[in-house]
Design a protein around this ligand. Structure first.
Ligand SMILES: [Zn+2]
Length: 237
């Protein structure tokens, strides 16, 4: 039982990061739960931004409706240079903070070896101090995958759909040697083994900090969010 609607903020440094890191999780949620997703991407080109707009709609099962471009915010900072545009990027985070009230935030891992990913993770933790934050993983050349602490089972159907949507919406990435079905399926299969997932597949996240509100307090408990009760209520209380 999740809060209805569950408000999710998904943050990615690059246009396809959100889909790669939590595409299966978004498919699981968007196909069965009432969710509101704010989609926030920092770097893009005009071509890649168009790819992301279409991709976000497909992953959320909506096609130009209320989850159209008004909830998908795509900046055009320079790929690979995010930490060196720090002031402007931090201002973008601050501006977003004024417009969203997420229950759950998905962002890059602070241990990610890619400088753009790591910087986005740091700014996420800087910007939202009272929120449940899960860090996702991106397979890549740097070889920085490691132990994870939270898992979401992904059905075989959604494993296939995740790749199908990535392939369909990101032709700009087709020439990359890692942009293949077996890369994404393989990682989800390994995480599925770790999670003992009945489907065999899972996406994995790092839950770096959780507040366990074991004794509900009337002043802090908000009806309808038992799964995330406490952890979404405030880490710094
Ligand atoms: Zn990336």
């Amino acid at each position: 039982m999740l809060r209805q609607p569950l408000r999710i903020l998904a943050i990615g440094a690059h246009c396809d990061d959100i889909e790669i890191g939590l595409g299966g999780t978004l498919l699981e949620l968007a196909r069965s739960e009432d969710v509101e997703v704010d989609w926030f991407v920092l770097t893009s080109t005009p071509e890649r931004a168009q790819e992301t707009l279409a991709s976000a709609d497909s992953f959320l099962g909506r096609h130009g409706g209320q989850y159209g471009s008004d909830r998908v915010r795509i900046h055009d900072f320079r790929d690979g240079f995010l930490p060196y545009q720090g002031i402007e990027v931090k201002e973008a985070f601050e501006a977003l903070k004024a417009h969203v009230q997420p229950d759950v935030i998905f962002t890059h891992s602070r241990d990610d070896s890619h400088q753009d990913h790591r910087f986005v993770a740091e700014l996420t933790w800087n910007t939202w101090r009272n929120h449940l934050i899960f860090e996702y993983e991106i397979p890549k050349y740097d070889g920085d995958l490691g132990p994870m602490s939270a898992y979401v089972e992904v059905s075989e159907e959604h494993v296939r759909e995740k790749w199908e949507l990535l392939r369909r919406h990101y032709p700009s990435q087709h020439s990359r040697q890692w942009f293949t079905e077996d890369t994404f399926r393989g990682l989800m299969r390994l995480r599925g083994v770790e999670a003992n997932a009945p489907s065999g597949y899972a996406e994995a996240f790092r839950a770096r900090k959780l507040l366990m509100d074991l004794v509900p307090r009337s002043s802090s408990s908000e009806a309808g969010i038992p799964v995330f009760a406490g952890v979404s209520e405030g880490l710094s209380r």
